[in-house]
Ligand binder design. Structure first.
Ligand code: HEC
Ligand code: HEC
Length: 193
């Protein structure tokens, strides 16, 4: 694993030595300040600390278990103690989130926006905004979705129909009522925010 990345010690004033060193490793995939430049890796910047910490604990306990989690996050999370997890989570929560961007056609974005704001009551899909926040900014255990890579969001929606993300139980009912096209539309809309 390379120690690329440009996070500096002063970016994490109250972090432990381990947290300061770890953040360089994280940046190799998740980007500087947690703003990832490719859909292969989720952005972490602006993510609520409670959510990030729980994901790191789920990786470390080998409970969040789909292929990419196993391949990329099981090894690195095994090196982190609880205090380091908390300071990394706090660090990413304080970083400026990635700017929204999208090349999707306006009609697709409108479909995604309607799903996000209103859900589809007839199919038992609640409004995403009711849990993820009006601007998809997230809070506490509910992740920020705004500006996240659409490809990553789509992959996670597919994972929620399996049991490979145990803390994703709340999402299981939500994704069950969505067609693949609707998932793509809402993912495109979220990346545009
Ligand atoms: C070699 C590449 C790589 C490195 C290094 C890496 N990650 Fe990851 N990380 C990933 C990938 C890929 C995923 C997405 C896994 C999936 O799709 O389930 C991920 C997912 C995550 C998630 C879940 C994000 C979400 O929105 O649910 C968190 C949190 C995370 N990583 C934190 C870290 C931290 C903190 C470090 C450094 C200690 C780190 N990662 C180092 C590749 C990496
Ligand atoms: C009842 C509350 C609730 C509703 C409604 C809801 N979500 Fe979620 N969602 C969650 C929770 C909680 C998680 C975090 C699960 C975890 O910790 O593993 C999550 C996670 C996600 C993730 C994974 C994010 C990441 O960084 O890995 C995506 C994508 C997502 N939700 C999309 C949606 C969409 C799209 C909708 C609307 C169709 C929606 N959610 C509606 C509660 C909800």
């Amino acid at each position: 694993m390379t120690l690329a990345g440009t996070a500096r010690a002063q970016d994490m004033p109250d972090g432990s030595d381990l947290a300061r060193r770890a953040v360089h490793v994280c940046a190799a995939c998740h980007g500087e300040g947690g703003r990832s430049t490719t859909g292969a890796y989720p952005s972490l910047a602006g993510q609520p600390a409670q959510y990030t910490a729980r994901q790191l604990m789920d990786f470390r306990a080998q409970q969040r278990a789909e292929t990419d989690s196993k391949a990329y996050m099981w090894g690195v999370s095994a090196l982190l103690d609880d205090a380091t997890i908390q300071s990394l989570a706090g660090y990413y929560a304080a970083q400026t989130p990635p700017a929204g961007r999208s090349k999707a056609p306006p009609a697709v974005l409108r479909t995604g926006q309607r799903l996000f704001e209103e859900g589809m009551p007839a199919r038992g899909v609640r409004a995403c905004a009711s849990c993820h926040g009006d601007k998809a900014e997230g809070a506490a255990g509910f992740p920020r979705l705004a500006g996240q890579h659409a490809g990553y969001l789509l992959r996670q929606m597919q994972v929620f129909s399996t049991s490979l993300r145990p803390h994703g139980v709340l999402m299981k009912a939500e994704v069950a009522g969505l067609t693949p096209g609707q998932m793509r539309a809402v993912a495109a809309y979220l990346q545009s925010l």
